[in-house]
Design a protein around this ligand. Sequence first.
Ligand SMILES: [Mg+2]
Length: 215
Amino acid sequence: MRLVVVDVDDTLYLERDYVRSGFRAVGAVIGAEEYGDLCWELFLAGVRGDTFTRAAVEIGIEPTDEHVARCVAAYRGHAPAISLLPDASALLARLTGVAYLGVVTDGPAVSQRAKVLALGLERLVDRVVVTDELGPGRSKPHPAAFELLQKHAGANGRDCVYIADNPAKDFIAPAALGWRTVRVRRPDGLHAAVESGADVGQVVETLAAVCLDAA
Ligand SMILES: [Mg+2]
């Protein structure tokens, strides 16, 4: 493989750790640790999308738009307490100097950059692409980020691989470009229950099982 590109959330670290860290930061900003704990409990119960409103109601805070906006800003902007999973560190170390290493990650630029910083990815890979920084509508499954990295590496599609976790959006563009695709299906990943589509070439439970020898 000439070019190995990895996703970030639930590929290199567990996204649930980011969520826990984010709610803790929100609790600190609101001045109520128990508010952050409640958000986390709601997350564990499967609540998505209106967590800040529901937690506010439960704890007796008025769930104004201003309150929710403050929580969202605190969550997205916080410096997360997250770290690379051991198999992720090992994979990046194994590929350093062997292949051109890239990252493609979706999500608000401020959040994704904070994750990249916390994980030390700028030191570990050749190029980090945060799709939010490419302009509107460039998040996965848009091919822009993948095309950009392939061009930088000067590689043919068959010599490129994308390693990621979300079958709903991650593999569409790289597969269309002729890349190999590897899904890491971590048991604690947020998308672990989703079945793989035809655009997934290989499924592994840990990055230690990724085999990148020529097909
Ligand atoms: Mg992911």
